[in-house]
Design a protein around this ligand. Structure first.
Ligand code: ZN
Length: 510
């Protein structure tokens, strides 16, 4: 970002209260300054000054290969120094403005000043969704886990994002105008790394609900001068838009991308021969499930990229697949380490796992005014790899992406089972369609696992018996559970319009 724009942002955000005319005469030479207009900066102002200092990229890439090369290819020492400089400013801000985090500090007998390094950070206990849910239930409707109060929200509010609240109270997050600016500039890095450029045309398959991915993509494409076709509903309209307006990129959940390709075929159009060159997935694992990735790439004759993040900790620039890393096996997803600190922990003890080991994802968000979370357990399994990527980026990579959310894990007859493991198997069978369900029931005292999958079309009906046997054997071999397999005609199961509902667990209804 240009220094003058950064300085203007700083002025706008630091000196909010009725002194705008005076602000124009203030000269802030660097974000390190401790005072402005003759007074010391508050913890909030120091944090905002630092966010502005590290904002990168403006509306143009800073090199041909990288949007923000100085941070994307920084040495490991430089990345660590940025993280620690940000921690030193963020923790007092969070302590002062979030009662939820202040209570966690006190319970752990810690002061913000005692956490200066990444190693120190491990002293702070993991933050869970369950804790946040209890907080928002006790302090409705916003909870106290963000540093935004009603006054700050009125002054600088941009948008509320929220978890769905289907299984517990919805957890809302109030993001500010500064967050929006951080969002578009940092997310542009990932989109640029995928090979998307000004002049591309993107179709978004969303109704613009409070889902962080599509809104951030929208603003990022605005910044990068990527044109947007808002897909709206229904699916038939999106099919028509692809045919008529010729977008080069389409963004959707992976389940929906398969449904959309099928809808194109039904409309007499060939999805492998459209203008689409890249698809971007979010909301469900995609690139990390090889058979799903292969199926989507084949269906669209396009490269599949995906982004990863969570409602609780944005704008973090997302984790993203780069064009070169996409060809590696397993696929690699970069995490933006100057913006967020990522760790992997043991699912039972929450202790850090050794480098190169599989663990649950945990994020500390160093890039937000509205939601700078601390050691938040996102809860997907991955392995972090700190070697330099073939693309030249030094940012760590999640090897194999983020696959298998701990919350989604099923326990069937004492065996832990991830729905994504079943997906990986089912999607390998070309004779099957795109929709499937995993049904778990209780018969007597035993849990039963049934996989219901659609046949590709009527022409494969003769294969049903052998197919059932092959699927059951493969699931049995890889998941240690022998399932029943029901194969049904194409079009029997509900179509996925956004995120798929794959698991029907009838045990919970009892
Ligand atoms: Zn890379």
């Amino acid at each position: 970002m240009h220094a003058c724009r950064s300085r203007q942002l700083l002025l706008d955000y630091v000196c909010m209260t009725g002194t705008r005319r005076a602000n124009k005469r203030v000269s802030i030479k660097s974000a390190k300054e401790k005072s402005v207009m003759g007074r010391r900066l508050s913890a909030r102002e120091r944090w905002i000054a630092l966010l502005c200092k590290f904002m990168r990229g403006g509306g143009e890439p800073q090199s041909k290969r990288y949007w923000a090369p100085d941070v994307e290819t920084a040495s490991r020492n430089k990345i660590r120094a940025i993280q620690e400089e940000k921690l030193a400013a963020m923790l007092p801000y969070l302590y002062e403005h979030s009662p939820f985090y202040r209570a966690k500090f006190k319970a752990a007998k810690l002061r913000p000043a005692e956490i200066r390094t990444r190693a120190d950070l491990l002293k702070f206990p993991i933050t869970t969704k369950r804790e946040m849910t209890a907080d928002v239930t006790a302090h409705p409707p916003w909870g106290t886990y963000t540093p935004i109060d009603d006054r700050r929200w009125r002054e600088t509010g941009w948008m509320v994002f929220s978890t769905s609240g289907t299984t517990a109270a919805p957890r809302p997050f109030r993001y500010t105008q500064l967050d929006r600016e951080l969002w578009e500039t940092t997310s542009a890095r990932g989109i640029y790394a995928m090979g998307i450029r000004a002049g591309d045309l993107g179709l978004t398959c969303t109704t613009y609900s409070p889902h962080v991915f599509f809104w951030s993509l929208h603003y990022t494409w605005n910044l990068m001068r990527v044109g947007i076709v808002p897909g709206g509903v229904p699916t038939e309209r999106r099919v028509m838009m692809i045919d008529l307006y010729k977008p080069t990129v389409v963004a959707a959940t992976p389940s929906y991308l398969l449904h959309l390709a099928e809808a194109m075929s039904h409309a007499g159009l060939d999805p492998t021969k459209t203008s689409i060159r890249r698809v971007i997935c979010a909301g469900e694992p995609a690139s990390g499930i090889p058979s799903t990735r292969h199926r989507i790439e084949q269906a669209w004759n396009a490269d599949l990229h995906d982004v990863y993040g969570c409602t609780e900790a944005v704008p973090g620039g997302w984790a993203f697949t780069c064009a070169e890393g996409l060809k590696s096996n397993p696929v690699a997803t970069h995490v933006a380490e100057d913006l967020q600190i990522w760790e992997t922990v043991d699912p039972v003890t929450f202790e850090p796992v050794p480098d190169g080991s599989r663990g649950l994802s945990v994020v500390t968000n160093l890039n937000s005014e509205g939601s700078p979370q601390l050691r938040f357990l996102v809860g997907d399994y991955t392995i972090l790899d700190y070697d330099r990527c073939v693309c030249g980026r030094t940012l760590a990579r999640a090897r194999g992406g983020f696959v298998g959310r701990a919350d989604d894990m099923l326990n069937v007859r004492g065996i832990n089972l991830f729905p994504t493991a079943i997906e990986e198997i089912v999607r390998r069978f070309d004779l099957l369609g795109d929709e499937f369900q995993i049904v778990i029931e209780t018969e007597g005292v035993m849990d039963t696992l049934t996989i219901v999958a659609e046949l590709r079309d009527a022409s494969v009906a003769a294969e049903v018996e052998s197919l059932r046997g092959k699927i059951a054997s493969e699931v049995s071999r890889r998941c240690e559970l022998r399932p029943r397999v029901e194969l049904v005609a194409a079009g029997t199961l509900p179509k996925t319009e956004f995120k798929a509902r794959r698991v029907i667990d009838r045990r919970r209804a009892l």
